[in-house]
Design a binder for this molecule. Structure first.
Ligand code: SAM
Length: 301
């Protein structure tokens, strides 16, 4: 039976932490308070199931609460983020994978024709998309491409955990020519959640503004589409005929990303997929059969 003192300490921790996080403007204070309490207690179990607490519980919780009050993202404090069936490692300075990106894998699986054996994830960050592919598509192989060294190291860990020996990382700037990447063609699919925020836009959430690296957010150029355009041009070079590009973008960028893919050429089917709230969020482009892979001159536009 649980010591009544444990119940009292948990109740007081939950009330106090929820109130403090609410006052700090955290959007879901009681959910975050429960997660911090579990972390301070050193458990992933439901709080009602706890029958003991470590002696340093209150001191640990205080430290975690102060961090969350300063709007440090919950995932960074916990060191992990859920993504589809996986729990990914996350670290400060690397973009935290978002739930809306999870849909890219469903879109790929629903719309692709033929095998999904070789997949490339461009702008990989923590490796979220590639790791999900390795986890969910048996015998798939993934190459994840990322410019940032800290993100590339984290992606290597997440890929290895999701599909040992089937994932590789290439550190490269997609705005440059990358012969090692070109040599990887042809592949069945290209997935990407690139940076796409326009230069003048300011992210709303304190967590995003202060903690996500700017290179992970701002896509370059007035419209934020410099890196996304490079992703489209790389997809043209890398995909086999019939292969699919699924690329995330902002909800206002459906027409402009379709236009960018049309101008790039080499695709015979372009569409925009919506998220669960009905907003335009993903460019879907199918590589045309028999088109020469000659998109290289468009990479740095
Ligand atoms: C929005 S984050 C997405 C990360 C990951 N795909 C995800 O969904 O969680 C974009 C990533 O693109 C990387 N990136 C930005 N510019 C790049 C470039 N020119 N070449 C390669 N990677 C780039 C950033 O470092 C960042 O990790």
């Amino acid at each position: 039976m649980r010591d009544p003192e444990v119940g009292e300490r948990l109740r007081s921790a939950l009330a106090g932490t929820t109130q403090r996080l609410g006052e700090a403007g955290v959007p879901s204070p009681s959910v975050d308070a429960r997660a911090l309490i579990a972390h301070a207690a050193g458990t992933e179990r439901h709080l009602v199931l706890l029958d003991a607490l470590p002696e340093a519980f209150e001191a640990r919780l205080e430290e975690l609460t102060v961090r969350r009050e300063s709007r440090e993202p919950l995932q960074i404090i916990l060191g992990r983020a859920p993504f589809r069936r996986l729990m990914l490692a996350v670290r400060p300075g690397v973009f935290i994978p978002r739930p809306e990106t999870e849909l890219a894998v469903d879109i790929l699986r629903e719309r692709s024709r033929g095998p999904l054996t070789d997949v490339i994830d461009l702008c990989a960050g923590s490796g979220a998309l590639g790791a999900a592919v390795l986890d969910e598509i048996p015998d798939s192989r993934v190459l994840s491409v990322e410019i940032d060294p800290a993100a590339a190291a984290l992606a290597a860990e997440n890929l290895e955990r999701a599909g040992a020996g089937r994932g590789r990382i290439l550190r490269a700037d997609l705005l440059q020519d990358v012969p090692e990447l070109s040599a990887h063609a042809p592949v069945d699919a290209v997935l990407s959640n690139p940076p796409y925020i326009p230069a003048g836009a300011v992210p709303r959430d304190a967590e995003v503004l202060r903690h996500d690296p700017h290179r992970a957010l701002f896509g370059g150029g007035d419209d934020g589409l410099e890196v996304p355009r490079a992703v489209i041009a790389w997809a043209r070079r890398l995909l086999r005929p019939g292969g699919l590009l699924v690329m995330e973008h902002a909800d206002v960028q459906g027409p402009s990303t379709r236009r960018a893919a049309d101008e790039c050429g080499g695709f015979d089917h372009l569409s925009t997929a919506r998220d669960l709230t009905g907003r335009d969020r993903f460019l879907v482009a199918r590589r045309a059969p028999g088109e020469p892979a000659d998109g290289s001159e468009r990479l740095s536009r």
